[in-house]
Design a protein around this ligand. Structure first.
Ligand SMILES: NC(=O)c1ccc[n+]([C@@H]2O[C@H](COP(=O)([O-])OP(=O)(O)OC[C@H]3O[C@@H](n4cnc5c(N)ncnc54)[C@H](O)[C@@H]3O)[C@@H](O)[C@H]2O)c1
Ligand SMILES: [Zn+2]
Length: 358
């Protein structure tokens, strides 16, 4: 069975040939190869992949960039193009892009003719350390994120940090929030190593990505279908997702995921101190880093009621209680911790009182 966490993941180092790596992972026995790109990865990333000789006459399928296009309409367009080209079940789809391309392409491939193989070549940091891994694919529907989707594992994931060279800074931040989250929930040494510095050279990016991939894969292998330990990966996201939705409805503009998750991690770190015994000095250390590394979200006290409603609607909650992943110490966490609304409200006040917020 194709279980999430059982997927071959290769990280390309400077001395590797990227083309050989992709070819050896993907195999060659495909009747046709299709490459899904968005408007940005077509421009910045396709040239590097397009040079691969073995891809030969791969056909490029384009989609518009951005979360707004992670939907069924885009899938229909992909299915139309696969059908028109006569793609059979022995065709391969390569997703070349960020989380939006990997999620959409993975879903489109998994539903086409009851599933054709796909591989992910993630090009954003968030996709390299998170979205391309773990076997969740899907699209948004009726303004709800990832409403239609399934667990489906790529044949392989090939990561090349070189793509980060053209990734805009704010998208790099989104991936960095997940990197720090991985350290906080599972690996104190990793947190300690990366909390005060970002990689300067490709070799360092490779090390950082490798560490994050190992943490995510270890957690996914323990609990492929998210019934228990995998919920650890939601740290910062109960608040974070509510903040993203609130921001979108208030301003009409999406908030960068990293900023929302960093704000969420600050609130949930405070909750961890109150409910999970996280020592005061660790609370302070974590908040200092997150507050410094990510631009604060200008929220106000009267946003609280709406945030609580949004958190109540979180699909991970059961029985009307808000559940959180909390950290006991840096590098270890507990899932499914319920918190009283008054404590949740206090954690939000704590965030608002940090210097520079609100
Ligand atoms: N399946 C999962 O387990 C999982 C986990 C986390 C997030 N996600 C999903 O991932 C998505 C977010 O991913 P994302 O942050 O990568 O967003 P994204 O795919 O929209 O990429 C961000 C932006 O960067 C551009 N881009 C990507 N790579 C580039 C490069 N190398 N050079 C220049 N531009 C580049 C994209 O075109 C886009 O404009 C969300 O839809 C989220 O739900 C999925
Ligand atoms: Zn996230």
């Amino acid at each position: 069975m194709n279980i999430p966490g059982n997927c071959q993941i290769r990280i390309c180092s400077e001395q590797d040939s990227f083309s050989d790596l992709v070819e050896s992972c993907a195999g060659k026995d495909w009747s046709r190869v299709f490459l899904l790109v968005d408007s940005n990865t077509r421009r910045h990333c396709l040239p590097l992949v397009g040079q691969m000789e073995w891809l030969g006459a791969a056909r490029v399928i384009g989609m518009q960039a951005g979360e707004d296009h992670k939907n069924l309409e885009t899938c229909v367009s992909i299915w139309n193009q696969l059908s028109e080209a006569g793609a059979g079940r022995d065709a391969l789809l390569i997703n070349l892009g960020g989380g939006v391309v990997c999620d959409t392409g993975g879903f489109a491939a998994s539903a086409y003719k009851r599933g054709i193989p796909f591989i992910n070549i993630p090009t954003s940091l968030l996709a390299m350390v998170d979205a391309a891994l773990g076997g969740k694919v899907g699209v948004d529907h009726m303004h709800l994120k990832n409403q239609i989707g399934l667990f489906s594992v790529p044949r392989c994931v090939v990561i090349n940090p070189v793509f980060l060279g053209t990734l805009p800074e704010e998208h790099l931040d989104s991936g960095y929030a997940e990197v720090l989250k991985h350290g906080l929930i599972a690996d104190a040494e990793y947190w300690e190593h990366w909390k005060d510095r970002r990689p300067a050279a490709l070799r360092e990016w490779e090390v950082l990505i490798r560490g994050s991939v190992e943490i995510k894969e270890r957690i996914v292998r323990m609990d492929p279908y998210e019934s228990g330990p995998r919920k650890a990966l939601n740290f910062g996201h109960t608040f974070g997702h509510a903040i993203e939705s609130l921001w979108l409805s208030k301003t009409g503009n999406p908030l960068h995921h990293g900023r929302a998750v960093a704000a969420g991690m600050i609130c949930e770190t405070w909750l961890s101190h109150q409910k999970a015994g996280l020592p005061a000095e660790e609370l302070e250390g974590i908040v200092t880093v997150l507050h410094r590394e990510f631009q604060p979200v200008p929220l106000h006290g009267d946003d609280l009621d709406r945030l609580l409603i949004l958190m109540d609607q979180d699909k991970k909650n059961r029985g009307g209680e808000v559940r959180f992943t909390l950290i006991r110490r840096i590098g270890s966490c507990e899932t499914d911790r319920t918190c009283h609304r008054s404590l949740v409200a206090e954690s939000f006040e704590y965030y608002l009182k940090l210097k520079g917020n609100a």
